[in-house]
Each structure stands twice: as C-alpha cells, then as structure tokens.
Ligand binder design. Structure first.
Ligand code: ADP
Ligand code: MG
Length: 217
C-alpha cells in the first residue's frame, strides 16, 4: 500500500533575533488511505505549524515530508502550488468562504483554478447535495449558519478530488452538536473516498471518530 503521507524526523525552529524556539522536534508519521487521524495538543504546541508544513505552506528546518511518494519541500514554487490545489484540501477554523460568491460558486471557483474539463457546476451540485446543502446553492455565506458554512468548506476541500484533507480546528467555532456532525461527516467522507484526513483539534471528545491520535505537548 502506498502511503498518502510520510513524515521523517520533521523539525521546526523559529528564530527571532537571538531567540530560538523549537516547535517541532523530530516528528515522524505515516498516513495510509482511509485513515482519519487527529493531532491533539494545547494551544501553542505546534499543531498549526505541523499542518502547514504538511501542506507545503511552511518549510521545515530539517526532515522530510513525502506526499503521494514525492518529497514536498524539494518541489519548486509552481509544483508546490499545483500540489496544494490538486492533492490537498484545506479546511480551517473559520470556513474562509468568499463573501461575494454563492455556495455553488465557491466550489466552481476552486474547480476552475484546477482547470478540470468536466462540468464543474455538476460536480459542485453533487458534492453539495451529498453534504446536505442542496437547498443552499444560491445562498451567500452570511445567509448560512456556522455549521452550514463548514459543510460548504468540506465540499470545497473535496472539489478537486484530493487524496489528503488537512483540517485545522474545524469545529472550534461550532457548538458541540454541530461540531460532532462536521467531524462525523469528515470521518465518513474519508472512508467512502478512501482518502486520508488529518484533523487538528484540542477537543478530546472528537477522537472517538479517529483512527489514530498524535499528541503534542
Ligand atoms: P498551535 O496551532 O498548536 O496553537 P502553532 O503552531 O500556531 O501552535 O504555534 C506554535 C508556537 O510557534 C507558538 O509558540 C507560536 O508563537 C510559534 N510560532 C508560530 N508561527 C510562528 C512564526 N511564523 N514565527 C515565530 N514563531 C511562530
Ligand atoms: Mg493552531
């Protein structure tokens, strides 16, 4: 089985003036298709830093990140941009929807960036109805609840058929019940599509849905 993600001894030290802050110290992990993993730890423990290194948004100080067999941080800028667009789906604490685009347009927009040939509106419609948002295609983000906005963010993350979803505290702005339903949805999509999802959270109650937990201190 080809791993979707492999980390070998990933370390990260931030330097500010004479101060050195080691946030990640030799982190290694292997993530296979169908796995829903959680990264758990208190605020400031380096969870977001780890996720952004995995998603090629930040460079590690040392170590190796392999996605779908390729060393992410050896790629040039253009290849990294393409990898972020096609191989990874990002979900953040706030849904980060574009205020002036409708629900359907949010998805079509990221599809266009990827220049897919298929009918983007058709795929957007299918994904949104699959995630229970069929009646909201023409709504704008401000007309949606927080939970609905996160559903759209999940649909958008799936739009370009990534093999890996990275979710940074996707339930932090939701109440417990809505947070649970978002995590259930992520778990289900991960299994159904045989992709991998890594979710950063500080909510212990969410780990029941996960296949593994990586704890940071
Ligand atoms: P978490 O997501 O677990 O709350 P972060 O990864 O955001 O943690 O941050 C871990 C530590 O690294 C914090 O102490 C933070 O202040 C520091 N940090 C994060 N980003 C930077 C940066 N770009 N430059 C310097 N320090 C940073
Ligand atoms: Mg964080």
């Amino acid at each position: 089985m080809t791993a979707i993600l492999e980390l070998h001894d990933v370390s990260k030290t931030y330097e500010q003036g004479n101060e050195k802050l080691t946030v990640l110290d030799h982190v290694s992990m292997k993530v296979n298709p169908g796995e829903f993993g959680a990264i758990l730890g208190p605020s400031g423990s380096g969870k977001s830093t780890l996720l952004s290194i995995i998603g090629a948004l930040t460079s590690p100080s040392s170590g190796e990140v392999k996605m779908n067999g390729r060393n992410v941080h050896n790629l040039n800028e253009k290849e990294q941009t393409s990898l972020r667009l096609k191989e990874v789906g990002f979900i953040f604490q706030q849904s980060n929807l574009v205020p002036f685009l409708t629900v359907e347009e949010q998805l079509v927009f990221v599809g266009k960036l990827n220049k897919q040939g298929e009918s983007l509106r058709k795929r957007a419609g299918e994904l949104l109805s699959h995630l229970g948002m069929a009646e909201r295609l023409s709504h704008y983000p401000e007309q949606l609840s927080g939970g609905e906005q996160q559903r759209v963010a999940i649909a958008r993350a799936l739009m370009n058929e990534p093999r890996l979803i990275l979710a940074d505290e996707p339930t932090a702005s939701l109440d417990q019940a809505r947070g649970k339903s978002v995590v259930e949805l992520l778990a289900k999509e991960t299994k159904d599509r045989n992709i991998a999802t890594i979710m950063v959270t500080h909510d212990e109650t969410m780990i029941g849905y996960c296949d593994w937990v990586y704890r940071m201190t």
